[in-house]
Design a protein around this ligand. Sequence first.
Ligand SMILES: [Zn+2]
Ligand SMILES: [Zn+2]
Length: 145
Amino acid sequence: MPEQRLRQAIDTLKQSGVRITPQRHAVLEYLMKSMTHPTADEIYKALEGKFPNMSVATVYNNLRVLREAGLVRELTYGDASSRFDCNTTDHYHIICNECGKIVDFHYPKLDEVESLAEQVTGFDVSHHRLEVYGTCEECQQTEQH
Ligand SMILES: [Zn+2]
Ligand SMILES: [Zn+2]
């Protein structure tokens, strides 16, 4: 499944005239396979062994290209560094207070909140964002020991 999604993503890039450099390919592949919502720094650390000449700036640049092509979403959290998500379908995030891990979940019922908000406020709603916080299973276990 990730292989197929990767191939589709590469096709999308080609169609929008984006050059597929080996580094760009590697960044995309890492995002598709990790599913962990990494920061640019984490991507850089994971790939620097493979591309010794690559800089963090290159990673940022590649992420920007992928974001503009609609393949990657940037998640911003105040002043903390952005995280990147290659799951561009509608979904929500639950975030661990202890280790910062982000896990996807779906709750389609909440789509109604957009039409409700529109009716109540007269806004033209573009999107909504919801984050749930807690302690992940792994961190719960380490707390008990
Ligand atoms: Zn945790
Ligand atoms: Zn996500």
